[in-house]
Design a protein around this ligand. Structure first.
Ligand SMILES: Cc1ncc(COP(=O)(O)O)c(C=O)c1O
Length: 373
């Protein structure tokens, strides 16, 4: 790294004094868990995405697991999902004993290809876990139609997609039940945390019981109606979530502006493709900025050259079925999902966050252009 250059991180949360104030208020109240901030966060979140109910949980993974549990996944069942995702969208089915089945992705959207999903349906299929990867909404219409026709549960992993819109409505507002995640690189952060939106009051009640060790509404602290988990969020995190929600439009606007700036800086650069543009059915919420390098580019060399300039990057995303534990447990190997596998070799996430300065984006673009020339 040249000594004069300040490092540019991959991501950075957008936090301000209002967040500090809300968190301090909770600390001073002494109500650190099971308090009113959680209800308030859930109400505000549900309102924001246009869903009738929301249940906050300790992570996006926890939310996905609870939806797999509620879908009744069990040993012998199959759950179809995307190989081009973060591992949690497949792991959640494995936690319940089901087998993950990977359907290939659409090379444009990088989301599940509905025709590939249809081709993987068997008598054992019980659920489809659809991911909105990189904040680009998945093809919910065709996926929903397939699930209805085959009697499958549809779970939406919207962990990366808070603020995205599908067919003119926010992700989360149209059903199916969706999970959003709040790790610090996400559009909204609570440190760790997640939330499940649902359109069913019964499911909402069940989610709140399952996250709270199976306690039932109105029951005692040591009375457990069912096997549950400790997947609770706490009031400290919920308060931070409220602060983040209050400025979500600002954060999303800044992220969209940073993405547009990269788009301009990288337009027409030979040797890479910028992320897919929105269309009338799909409006992305900018989670990461991932470019696709031309076939044959030495990605490792590009990464090393950017690193020398103090620029962090990441290989978003390896195909899940080729992870060591997946190969060992299920015998998956190369060739199962060729589109995903090929894209996995060529994608590169660039530094991306709300407060990313224009001059640093220019540095990234210059370094990237030089590295692929
Ligand atoms: C697509 C996807 N699914 C699931 C998760 C899991 O969320 P968490 O890290 O909050 O458990 C994430 C976030 O990391 C994600 O990006």
């Amino acid at each position: 790294m040249s000594t004069a250059l300040r490092p540019i991180p991959l991501s950075s949360p957008y936090l301000d004094e209002r967040d500090e104030e809300l968190v301090l208020e909770v600390l001073r109240s002494g109500r650190l868990s099971l308090g009113p901030s959680i209800d308030r966060f859930e109400e505000l979140f549900a309102e924001r995405v246009g869903a009738p109910y929301a249940a906050a949980v300790s992570s996006g993974t926890a939310g996905l697991h609870l939806l797999c549990r509620i879908a009744g996944l069990q040993e012998g069942d199959e759950a179809i999902t995307s190989p081009f995702s973060f591992v949690a969208s497949a792991n959640c089915a494995i936690y319940e004993g089901a087998t993950p089945v990977f359907a290939d992705i659409d090379p444009r959207t990088l989301n599940l290809d509905p025709a590939a999903v249809e081709a993987k349906v068997t008598e054992r299929t019980k659920a489809v876990i659809a991911v909105d990867i990189f904040g680009y909404p998945c093809d919910l219409g065709p996926l929903r139609e397939i699930c209805e026709r085959h009697g499958l549960a549809l779970i939406q992993d919207a962990c990366e997609a808070l603020g995205a819109e599908y067919r003119g409505a926010p992700v989360g507002s149209q059903g199916p039940s969706a999970v959003f995640a709040f790790y610090p690189n996400k559009q909204l952060t609570t440190g760790e945390g997640g939330i499940v939106t649902t359109h069913s009051e019964e499911e909402w009640t069940l989610l709140k019981s399952l996250r709270n060790q199976g306690r039932a509404d109105g029951g005692g602290w040591l009375e457990h109606a069912r096997l549950g988990y400790n997947y609770r969020i706490d009031d400290i995190r919920a308060a931070l979530g409220i602060g983040q929600l209050e400025k979500l439009d600002l954060i999303l606007g800044l992220r969209a502006a940073a993405a547009a700036r990269y788009g301009e800086l990288l337009a027409g650069v030979d040797g890479l493709e910028v992320p897919l543009a929105d269309d009338s059915d799909h409006v992305r919420s900018w989670f990461v900025y991932v470019v696709t390098l031309a076939r044959g580019t030495d990605r490792e060399r590009v990464i090393a050259e950017l690193e020398r300039e103090g620029i962090a990057t990441s290989r978003y995303l390896p195909s899940i079925h080729l992870q060591a534990y997946m190969r060992e447990r299920y015998g998956f190997s190369e060739g199962l999902c060729p589109v995903s596998e090929e894209i996995s070799q060529r994608t590169l996430a660039l530094p991306f966050f709300a407060r990313l300065e224009a001059e640093n984006q220019e540095r990234v673009a210059d370094a990237l252009r030089a590295a692929i020339a």
